[in-house]
Design a binder for this molecule. Sequence first.
Ligand SMILES: Nc1ncnc2c1ncn2[C@@H]1O[C@H](COP(=O)(O)OP(=O)(O)OP(=O)(O)O)[C@@H](O)[C@H]1O
Ligand SMILES: [Mg+2]
Length: 351
Amino acid sequence: MSFLKIEDLSIDLGEFKLVDVNLKVKKGDYLTIIGPTGSGKSILLETIAGFHKPEKGKIFLEGEDITDLPPEKRNMSIVYQDYVLFPHKTVFDNIAYGLKKKIKDKEKITEEITQIAEVLDIAHLLHRKPDTLSGGEQQRTALARALVVKPKLLLMDEPFSALDVKTKENLRKLVKKAINEYETTVLHVTHDFDDVWGLANRIVVMKNGRILQEGSVNDVFYKPSINFVADFVGTNVLEGEILGKENGLTKVKVGNCILLSVDDGKGKVRLSIRPEDIIISKNPIETSTRNEFKCKVKEIKKMGNLMYLILDMDGIKLRCILTPNALYSLDIKEGDGVYAIIKATNVRIIG
Ligand SMILES: Nc1ncnc2c1ncn2[C@@H]1O[C@H](COP(=O)(O)OP(=O)(O)OP(=O)(O)O)[C@@H](O)[C@H]1O
Ligand SMILES: [Mg+2]
């Protein structure tokens, strides 16, 4: 039995529709929901939380039909990008807010709050008011308030997006620790792939109110079902044809290039290569198990704290990623010739 099961869920909000959403989540899953802006990620989360009435479809939590339950009866907590803490209450009272509705024993309340405050490293802040806290501390408080009631589901809508890179990284570690300790099942909407790599075991990709692909992180990143998903997650997808085997590896013809893959396949196939799996070198490196191609750097773009390179590999467009430091030490400019080196284990045959 699925822990959370969404069946044929549709919602009509006038100008926006959520269409036939089907989703199964296991207990302990950490599911990230990604997709372009306006694709319905927040609406889906809010519907699971009970804020929108479905036009059709059902939501089950631990086998119980919760489709018509009011939000406060669903045993879920939601954390948003802005921290929505009560400004006049202390951190302790903020965290205690929902818990007091569940338990009356004051000692037990203090015990639970002390425990979550320790896990999230805010024990020293319990007497403070929210406006004296940093963004990261406020978000840890919001998380503590959400987790202390031991929700069946923790829903998070871009919880770290207002924070700087370092604070985000620290928060990811604390979230990981907290959800392990509390054995929480999480649905997390994000635009940041570091959240996906760092936290999730599953991903949902949405567009126009529909789920395009759902699967393990590896499946979605290495085996995107359609080109939109591939582009969205940055995976290079190439069309090719299998030529046969060579030393246990599969030879695939893509344009004028021949790539070697560890995967098996037949006939016409799609290949995937992750941008971070492409090694860039100014000089050729001779090894037997690797694919090595002379390319031209067409374009260099800064995206977040990484550099994206668009390479032209004999007419084939390849996206790859470097850190600004690596780009600087390689001394690469647009128009330069470079070698792209890809291990056969990183050339995946989608089928
Ligand atoms: N209450 C509402 N009534 C009608 N339309 C709405 C309502 N709330 C949101 N929408 C619309 O539904 C669409 C999906 O919104 P949603 O907030 O779920 O997008 P999102 O995927 O979370 O985007 P973002 O990444 O920008 O947060 C948007 O076009 C939005 O304008
Ligand atoms: Mg949103």
